[in-house]
Ligand binder design. Structure first.
Ligand code: F6P
Length: 332
């Protein structure tokens, strides 16, 4: 293998730049030529490539986002789009790909490999931490810290005004980020798609707390939590607002709702994310050099390992509901 390409795809995550840096520098160290692809799979289809040197990745490790840019690309979802991408790679004599992203990126790279034989190794980058095959994904630790910082600030005003705040965090299908941020911030209640807890129970907890003189509360809600709110009538409104109204109605507490949204995806990556990204980016290149493909690098029990992307796509990361229970115990 003489020439490889690196791309980032899907939702960005803090630490992606550190992963790009590690992949580029490991590749150059091993005598490979490295090409950067702009805007993920869209750039692959368009042939939006540029040659990267050691200096191309200087001064990026501390920055959030991805300097290669990212996009969600509909054309790549079709076989014709993937054929165009493979043609571009062949035209530029690129023999292997490093794909940094979440489950959608894995799915795209796997289809390109199966249909067009393009070798690739993927690096898990998503704040959601929803991929099996790794204990942590790049960006998760930074996002969790961002949420905690936001909660600390909200708590100040919540205390002053004796209010209940409903805070919505990201996680379309997974409550991992929300559950861990809840544990780390001492949230009073946590609502995630994986748990059956409903709003009735949460209101009971808040009423009990009120009786014991606790007049401010933080209720964390994962974006993907639906509870029993999702009727056709209320599909247009974020569940967090519906929860806020319900809590106000049932408890009489003064409630406010905050959607943290995309600010959770930004910011300078934490040391944990930079170190994880550096290890995984380097390992991905080593695997390509060993002739491997269709694998995702990850960290399991503090060891860097790789697993089959097919298994990852067919699997599901189970969240540890004992930690959910622990938060309930600790937040009484
Ligand atoms: O996949 C990561 C994620 O952060 C989800 O938690 C969230 O639902 C989604 O991205 C939002 O993505 P977009 O950038 O398309 O709004």
């Amino acid at each position: 293998m003489k020439k490889i390409a690196v791309l980032t795809s899907g939702g960005d995550a803090p630490g992606m730049n550190a992963a790009i840096r590690a992949a580029v520098r490991t590749a150059i160290y091993n005598g490979l030529e490295v090409v950067g692809v702009r805007r993920g799979f869209a750039g692959l289809i368009e042939g939006d490539f540029f040659l990267m040197e050691t200096g191309s990745v200087s001064d990026i490790m501390q920055k959030g986002g991805t300097f290669l840019l990212s996009a969600r690309c509909d054309e790549f979802l079709e076989p014709e789009g993937r054929k165009k991408a493979a043609d571009q790679l062949k035209k530029h004599s690129i023999e292997g790909l490093i794909v940094i992203g979440g489950d959608g990126s894995l799915r795209g790279a796997e289809s390109l490999y199966r249909e067009q034989g393009i070798a690739y190794i993927s690096v898990p980058g998503t704040i959601d931490n929803d991929l099996p095959g790794t204990d942590y994904t790049i960006g998760f630790d930074t996002a969790m810290n961002t949420i905690i910082e936001a909660i600390n600030k909200v708590r100040d005003t919540a205390t002053s005004h004796e209010r209940t705040f409903i805070i919505e965090t990201m996680g379309r299908t997974s409550g991992y980020l929300t559950m861990m941020a809840g544990l780390a911030s001492g949230a009073d209640a946590v609502l995630i798609p994986e748990n059956k807890a409903d709003i009735e129970e949460v209101c009971q907890i808040l009423i009990e707390r009120q009786k014991h003189g606790r007049l401010h509360n933080i209720v964390l809600v994962a974006e993907g939590y639906k509870g029993n709110f999702r009727t056709n009538r209320d599909l247009t409104e974020s569940t967090a607002f519906l929860i806020g109204k319900e809590i106000a109605r049932k408890t009489g507490q003064d409630t406010r709702v905050i959607i943290l949204g995309h600010l959770q995806r930004g910011g300078s990556p934490t040391a944990m994310d930079r170190i994880l990204a550096s290890k995984l980016g380097a390992k991905a290149v080593e695997l390509l050099l060993d002739g491997k493909s269709s694998r995702m690098v990850g960290i399991v029990g503090n060891k860097i390992q790789d697993s089959s992307v097919e298994d990852i796509l067919n699997g599901k990361k189970e969240i540890d509901l004992d930690l959910y229970k622990l938060n309930e115990v600790l937040s009484i």
